[in-house]
Design a protein around this ligand. Structure first.
Ligand SMILES: [Zn+2]
Length: 192
């Protein structure tokens, strides 16, 4: 007897079939009453030749919307833009980091490397999401780098007055920072 069709969704503990039909495979478990049940939320897959049933986990697809606040790790700094990974959205860590583009601010002169550096953690606001390209702004006062990494030696940058100084090599560097720059507790709270 089969309770669930091939390709159907099940929740944890939901009976799938009886053991005489299919043996439990990945993410399925045999119960004492001879019923095979799912261990996870996912899609049922029957392997008719091997007579095994497994449950394929559903990929959590996190949607990022315009207006979301995101925590970014900067991966690449170009002349006018930077490429970053979104590691948290609205205070919750994401399972599958997405790529975002840090957009330039027309009002500011200079190149992007005066505002962010590779490896930095930054807070941004999603301002565009078009054809899967997520555009992020860091230009408001409460947005920008929360934790900077030295471009020379990868040491952490410490706030010293109005500038940032590398705690390892002493190099002074420029960033567009948030007022609570370097507050590790606050940064951790952004990842949920
Ligand atoms: Zn350094």
């Amino acid at each position: 007897m089969v309770f669930v069709k091939d390709g159907e969704l099940v929740t944890p503990g939901e009976p799938i079939c009886v053991e005489e039909e299919y043996s439990p495979g990945e993410n399925a478990k045999l119960h004492g009453d001879g019923v095979v049940a799912s261990l996870i939320s996912g899609v049922v897959q029957y392997d008719r030749s091997k007579r095994i049933v497994k449950v394929k986990p559903i990929k959590q697809v996190e949607k990022v919307k315009v207006g979301d606040q995101v925590l970014l790790q900067v991966r690449e700094v170009q002349d006018k833009i930077a490429i970053a990974s979104i590691i948290a959205v609205n205070g919750k860590a994401v399972k599958h980091p997405k790529t975002a583009v840090i957009l330039p601010n027309r009002g500011r002169r200079g190149t992007m490397d005066e505002y962010v550096g590779v490896g930095d953690l930054a807070v941004g606001l999603v301002v565009t999401n078009f054809m899967g390209v997520i555009g992020v702004s860091i230009w408001r006062p409460n947005l920008g780098v929360v934790y900077g990494i030295c471009k020379k030696c990868s040491g952490p940058l410490i706030k010293a007055g109005r500038t940032l100084v590398c705690s390892r090599c002493g190099e002074k560097q420029k960033r567009k920072i948030v007022p609570y720059y370097g507050n590790l507790e606050r940064i951790a709270s952004m990842m949920g």
